[in-house]
Write a protein that binds this ligand. Structure first.
Ligand SMILES: [Zn+2]
Length: 248
């Protein structure tokens, strides 16, 4: 019988919840049956690389290209706001501003919440044959999705797996990891297209307003891109209601 080398991986923090139930103690004995990078090994255990903040092998920080070839102990720590705030690191060499996002179509309400807060947020295009990871990376956008497979693509650099199905909780997850609160500029972005909103004089747009809107409201903003008009009334109250629900 050919003896196989075993690698012991110990996972920490919320990474344990992402493992299959059988590994819920956080420790995995992994048989080295093929030459594989640590990125491949971790992702075969269903954890996208975007969720890993630090790797320690034999007391040293390692990167995703590391290929275990003998019995070693690997400690896998989660991505956190602290890790991001102290970049670059051996694992994460690129330092982004982390204030631009691309949201998958499985989390459209999250995209809306981010735009309400004034965060630059695009949505993954709905056509095939596009490398979504490449697109997000080219634009230095953090990819936000509930799809683990998508985050495993090597073209994705920074991303976040959305753990909750609830859009307010998702918003909290993202705001917390990327320390977004200081970037908030509520009511500065169009909810439809991500364009910037600019103040506009009522007389310039009066002809476009419904009679009641014209009668009751005086302060207006217009999207520079798609021309949607917003006013300090029901729209703004609705936006504020969303921001008020967020537990920051
Ligand atoms: Zn717009």
């Amino acid at each position: 019988m050919i003896s196989e080398s075993m690698v012991t991986l110990t996972f920490y923090g919320n990474l344990i919840d992402l493992l299959k139930k059988v590994y819920r103690q956080g420790i995995v004995q992994y048989a080295l049956t093929r030459r594989a990078s640590i990125k491949d090994i971790i992702e075969s255990l269903n954890i996208p690389h975007t969720e890993v903040g630090k790797l320690i092998v034999q007391g040293q920080e390692a990167d995703f290209d590391y290929i275990p070839s003998k019995e070693v102990e690997i400690h896998v720590y989660p991505m956190t706001d602290r890790v991001l705030a102290s970049l670059p690191s051996p694992l994460w060499r690129e330092h982004w501003d982390f204030d631009r996002f691309m949201v998958d179509i499985n989390a459209l309400k999250l995209a809306r919440n981010l735009r309400i807060a004034g965060i630059n947020t695009t949505i993954v295009p709905e056509y095939d044959l596009i490398d979504i990871g490449m697109l997000a990376t080219e634009q230095a956008r953090v990819l936000l999705t509930r799809n683990r497979q998508l985050l495993k693509c090597s073209t994705v650099i920074y991303g976040q797996l959305l753990c909750s199905e609830d859009h307010i909780e998702q918003f909290n997850e993202v705001v917390s990891r990327f320390r977004l609160k200081s970037h908030f500029q509520p009511f500065s972005r169009c909810l439809n297209c991500n364009g910037l909103l600019k103040s506009v004089a009522k007389e310039d747009i009066e002809h476009l307003l419904e009679p009641l809107t014209k009668k009751y409201y005086t302060i207006f903003k217009r999207c520079e891109h798609c021309q949607t008009i917003y006013w300090h009334g029901s729209h703004m109250h609705h936006m504020q209601a969303i921001l008020d629900q967020i537990d920051l």
